[in-house]
Design a protein around this ligand. Structure first.
Ligand code: BGP
Length: 459
């Protein structure tokens, strides 16, 4: 079998997020996060599940790290639960929380697995939500930098790769505009504030980490989806352009160009956050790498009335990502399997944003997995990973500065508002017993890593 090939020193990892795996939600001094609150609201999670236990990683991280080693992975992206370390989001430090991450980092290094630490993967401390509306409040960016400092001081001697944010668009949009994520707000006036203040928090945290740990490499993780017009009607083409700026350009232009893109920015005058003179300079300080999360492409379509978007799009647009295209394969979460989209994004970032160092920090898929005789045969996930990794290989050959690939995700986990209903892992988890079974896709990844013939990789 041919496996996708990557250059020497390529980073092969999996990615996880604290809330989705840790459990231990109220143990050893941890404060509640907005996701604890949200998942305890009846009806918020489709399956009625909560993440009080999740994958029990807070108690048994060693099992997961041993499994990573067994799969031959050389890196691991995980996130810190802000309120485990700072129960109120600021002020008093919970040393038991810090000790936990300390142990995780040491256990990874003992297995020669390089940690990539994400500081904010959506689980805002509830105390900061209550006092200032989370990132809707500008002060949150400063509290975030203080938190980054705490983490850099404690882990910076061993952690050299930091990711400030995970997908700021998703947190702002799902959490504050659509309300299908915590903190469950539907507020077009705070959407852009949350987006801007996350980016400001990124800039401030980056400075702070570098001041403490000069050899740290600091980046941030953005999602990108190609946004295509649903038809070639001029109004749909325009809708897709604005949609692209909303999903992608807003964050990429801010980080790499120090500005918010027009025409989107001027159209949202009514709901613009206050941008202070130095903000965009802070946001656009050079990063050491970009983390790219890639899942799928979307389609933009003109609509005469979309309630939550009317403030900023002249009321003239919607996004149609439910659109099913005949003949295309889909994942169990309804995402089209289209590796070319990843290739296109990688080339676009390289072209439009000055050829940054990129890590794919998430890519993966949910499928309906079945355990049969202690095995999980998941040929669709193998096909998925092979397709996307081959697209990544092609992108490198076309000049993209791609240095690593983190598969979403290590093991089946708590998939936000989907509960335990969507399985994305390379490892199957029985959420009653916590028993783990490596899926065929996990074995495929191990083989793929073992079959790297890097000396033959020609750029
Ligand atoms: C990303 C999140 C992950 C995970 C993943 C699942 O946006 O960072 O935490 O939830 O999405 O993908 P999907 O959006 O297809 O459910």
């Amino acid at each position: 079998m041919d496996y996708p090939q990557f250059p020497k020193d390529f980073v092969f990892g999996t990615a996880t997020a604290a809330f989705q795996i840790e459990g231990g939600w109220n143990e050893d001094g941890k404060g509640p996060s907005i996701w604890d609150t949200f998942t305890h609201e009846p009806g918020a999670v489709k399956t009625g599940d909560n993440a009080e236990v999740a994958c029990n990683t807070y108690h048994d991280y060693q099992t997961d790290i041993d499994l990573m080693a067994q799969l031959g992975l050389n890196a691991y992206r995980f996130s810190i639960a802000w309120s485990r370390v700072l129960p109120q989001g600021k002020g008093q430090i919970n040393t038991q929380g810090l000790d936990y991450y300390d142990r995780v980092v040491d256990a990874l290094l003992a297995k020669h697995i390089t940690p990539f630490v994400t500081l904010f993967h959506w689980d805002m401390p509830q105390a900061l939500e209550d006092s200032i509306g989370g990132f809707a409040g500008r002060d949150c960016a400063y509290h975030f930098a203080d938190y980054a400092e705490v983490m850099a001081k404690r882990l910076g001697d061993r952690v050299k790769n930091w990711i400030t944010l995970n997908e700021p668009w998703e947190h702002a949009c799902f959490g504050h505009l659509l309300g299908n994520h915590a903190p469950d707000h539907h507020n077009p006036w705070t959407y852009f504030r949350v987006a801007h203040h996350q980016l400001l928090g990124h800039g401030l945290a980056l400075q702070r980490i570098r001041s403490i740990s000069p050899d740290a490499r600091v980046g941030t993780t953005l999602s990108m989806s190609p946004i295509l017009p649903a038809t070639n009607k001029p109004k749909d083409v325009q809708a897709a352009l604005i949609g692209d700026q909303f999903f992608n350009g807003f964050f990429f232009d801010a980080i790499f160009k120090g500005r918010y893109p027009d025409p989107l920015w001027s159209r949202v005058r009514l709901v613009q956050p206050k941008v202070q003179p130095d903000d965009l300079r802070l946001i656009s300080q050079p990063i050491d790498f970009l983390g790219l999360n890639y899942y799928s492409r979307e389609f933009g379509r003109y609509a005469w009335y979309v309630p939550f978007l009317q403030f900023w799009s002249d009321g003239n647009m919607e996004f149609d990502h439910e659109q099913v295209i005949d003949g295309m394969p889909y994942t169990a979460s309804g995402r089209e399997i289209y590796p070319e989209g990843l290739y296109d994004c990688l080339l676009r970032i390289t072209r439009d944003y000055n050829n940054p160092t990129i890590y794919i920090t998430e890519n993966g898929a949910a499928f309906t997995d079945v355990v049969e005789n202690d095995r999980v045969h998941d040929p669709l996930r193998v096909m998925y990973l092979d397709g996307y990794m081959t697209a990544a290989q092609r992108a490198i050959l076309a000049g993209v500065n791609l240095k690593g690939y983190f598969i979403w995700t290590l093991m089946d986990n708590f998939e936000w508002q989907e509960g335990y209903g969507k399985r994305f892992g390379l490892i199957h988890v029985d959420h009653q017993t916590q028993r783990r079974i490596i899926k065929d896709s996990g074995y495929w990844v191990r083989e793929m890593i073992q079959h790297q013939t890097t000396n033959e990789f020609v750029r």
